[in-house]
Design a protein. Structure first.
Length: 120
């Protein structure tokens, strides 16, 4: 059963770097984190999803390496869609903050939420 946890830009950046470098150690260096920290993030991601996000093969003459699994690639895709949807959903709210900071009135396109008054 998948574990509760958070998937954020750090884990996604690590997966992207592993996809690019085909190596956990190279990805960790690329992101200026320790190899141990990279493995901890990968393990936490595996526990959250309940499935492996990378597949590794042992070193030797051919050198070791790592590749994303389908679940790892899908996670990146879903994360990007969620971020895009969140940015779109927050656009009018962020615009109203920007207007408030500059002293302008709120644009007509930004809907205002009515607050319910608590009656005692």
């Amino acid at each position: 059963m998948p574990d509760a946890g958070a998937i954020g830009p750090g884990k996604i950046d690590l997966l992207r770097s592993i996809e690019k470098t085909q190596s956990i150690s190279a990805a960790a260096r690329d992101l200026e984190m320790s190899y141990r920290r990279a493995w901890m993030l990968l393990d936490e991601t595996r526990r959250i999803l309940g499935t492996e996000v990378i597949a590794t093969h042992a070193g030797g003459a051919d050198r070791g390496g790592a590749q994303l699994t389908d679940a790892g690639r899908n996670l990146i895709t879903v994360y990007e869609r969620v971020c895009a949807a969140a940015a779109k959903a927050a656009e009018s709210e962020l615009q109203s903050l920007s207007c408030a900071k500059s002293g302008e009135t709120q644009p007509a396109s930004a809907p205002r939420k009515k607050r319910k008054r608590k009656v005692s």
